[in-house]
Design a protein around this ligand. Sequence first.
Ligand SMILES: N[C@@H](CCC(=O)N[C@@H](CS)C(=O)NCC(=O)O)C(=O)O
Length: 231
Amino acid sequence: MSHGKQFTLYSHAGGGPNGWKVAFVLEELGLAYHPIYLDLAKNEQKSPDHTRFNPNGRIPTLIDHHNGDYVLWESDAIILYLINKYDPAHKLSVTAETDKYDLIKWLFFQASGQGPYFGQAFHFLRNHPGEKLPTAIARYQREIVRVWGVLDGVLAQSPGGWLVAGRMTAADLAFFHWNDAMLALNVLEGHPDGEVDFEKQFPAVHAWHEKMKALPTAKKLVADREAAKAT
Ligand SMILES: N[C@@H](CCC(=O)N[C@@H](CS)C(=O)NCC(=O)O)C(=O)O
């Protein structure tokens, strides 16, 4: 560990949200980390330098140098590790048993219901080689709208407009970067059921998103992302 920081984080120099999710939690907890940005377009995530830590060959991967160089991958597992071990003041974690399971529930939903579907929407709209596949694009665009609908219904009824315990927790942070990427990259362009107005159709999700976007840590990460892209 020549960089002297507690953690090494393998992440993506572009917008790949799963690495930025983990960075968001590290930043909010004030934990020092050294990011290594991999170029996914060059398949650096599949190189032995990375797969010796993460056999799945995807980012993020975290190494905790204060815990025997413990290596962990899968973004939401990393988030749970960080908040269980390094959040004694419960800034992002919760204490009541049912709140703990609610937080885990949202992380599972994020990992299974948001990330992969939103990622496929981006892939089929922007990255799929060869002919466009309108049925695939429509399927995943509809899924973004469906997931935002689920979140909107819950957030509209939740105290403070947060997912768990009436305050911001790691559960909220976990959703932010995927939502932000979908908006920034206009992934709902040409939605088969008509134009989507994020603010009007999903006011609770929009308000939730804006609250997180205004955090100094979120702003710092936007600057970090731009700097990483430029290198
Ligand atoms: N379930 C994994 C997903 C990781 C993932 O798909 N990461 C993307 C970047 S956001 C990646 O590494 N893609 C490159 C690839 O699939 O080779 C997690 O949450 O950590």
